[in-house]
Design a protein around this ligand. Structure first.
Ligand code: XMP
Length: 320
């Protein structure tokens, strides 16, 4: 059972010093790798890891083709400014192939997990000679997976996966005692810019987690375009997290005087402290209308836009 460090009890400087020491002792003069998604968790791990072992840590941005618009370039640039070299690794083909034909949410998560940990990291470990993978898992990820609610893509040891045996490397999880609030405090203390430490959470499976039904490049492009719009329109909302979800069911719409059996986008926006519970934001009606107008006008094939007003629980924050 992992001992939680509550945000109110956290001494960020001590925490960082302790984790740096632990990583240094464990990695020794070996090689470690980590994947940076640009979210606050993996950003903190990147900074702490580099502080611990410098160039012995190889940082990769895994481009699975399911990221938000402009994300690989943005993340690489932010870290370049901080003096950290990030290698963008193109894994689009591997991920889309693994997801082909899969509709069930847990099977999708399983396919993403295996592609990340076995195919991609397994390959990188062989290429670099690394023995360790530094990983940004936090306590909330563990809770929900262990409770059987949703298998978070990054949970391995806690559900009995022996990474050494199955994938050929050890996983180090320096943030496992923290929740999001604590991670943000450490992020600021470790020198990350505000655009990162206050960044809205984003899920590891990325936009694949926001497509109900099969994940294809075309369906990802649709949800990506809607995501850009909701992120622009709600940037100043102060909400914990907001998202666009592409539904599988089609509905009859009309455009240009003709019938269009089109697709549906569902919007969600959440107020939350730690993602364990959440309530829908009372987004002003004018903003909802503006988002709907933009989505039906700018995203090809969408004839229906809805806003979800269900709290978590019984909803979860993401749709799959
Ligand atoms: P749910 O949908 O479980 O989401 O209510 C709670 C928080 O966790 C994020 N989330 C994930 N993050 N891998 C991640 O790294 C995942 O598989 C995953 N699933 C959900 C979600 O965005 C929200 O902040």
């Amino acid at each position: 059972m992992t001992q939680e460090i509550k945000a109110s009890e956290l001494n960020a400087e001590e925490f960082i010093a302790h984790q740096v020491e632990e990583i240094r002792n464990t990695v020794g003069d070996g090689i470690a790798i980590n994947a940076l998604s640009g979210g606050v968790d993996s950003s903190v791990v990147t900074m702490i890891g580099h502080r611990a072992v410098g160039d012995q840590l190889k940082t990769y941005f895994i481009d699975h083709g399911m990221m938000r618009e402009g994300e690989p370039e943005y993340v690489k640039q932010v870290f370049e400014n901080l003096g950290v070299n990030v290698v963008v690794y193109d894994a689009k083909e591997e991920f889309y192939k693994a997801l082909e034909g899969i509709e069930d949410p847990e099977e999708k998560r399983e396919a993403i997990t295996r592609t990340f940990y076995k195919t991609v990291f397994g390959g990188l470990v062989r290429e670099t000679g690394a023995k360790f993978l530094l990983h940004g898992t936090i306590l909330t990820d563990v809770d929900e997976t262990v409770a059987g609610i949703k298998r978070q893509h990054n949970i391995l040891a806690q559900i009995g996966v022996d990474t050494e045996k199955e994938f050929g490397y050890h996983v180090l999880e320096p943030l496992i005692q923290l929740r999001k609030e604590g991670v943000r405090i450490v992020a600021e203390a470790v020198g990350l810019p505000e655009e990162i430490y206050n960044r809205m959470p984003f899920l590891g499976p990325a936009l694949a987690g926001r497509v109900i039904g099969e994940v294809t490049p075309a369906r990802i492009a649709t949800v990506r375009a809607a995501t850009t719009i909701i992120e622009e329109e709600l940037a100043e909302s102060g909400a914990f997290q907001y998202m666009a979800i592409l539904h599988k069911d089609r509905v009859t719409g009309m455009r240009g005087g003709g019938r269009e059996f089109g697709q549906q986008i569902e919007l969600r926006c959440w107020e939350s402290i730690d993602a364990r519970t959440a309530t829908p934001t009372r987004v002003p009606y004018e903003t909802l209308e503006k988002m709907a107008t933009r989505i039906i006008g700018e995203v090809p094939g969408i004839v229906s836009v809805t806003y979800n007003i269900t709290p978590k629980p019984p909803s979860t924050m993401e749709a799959i």
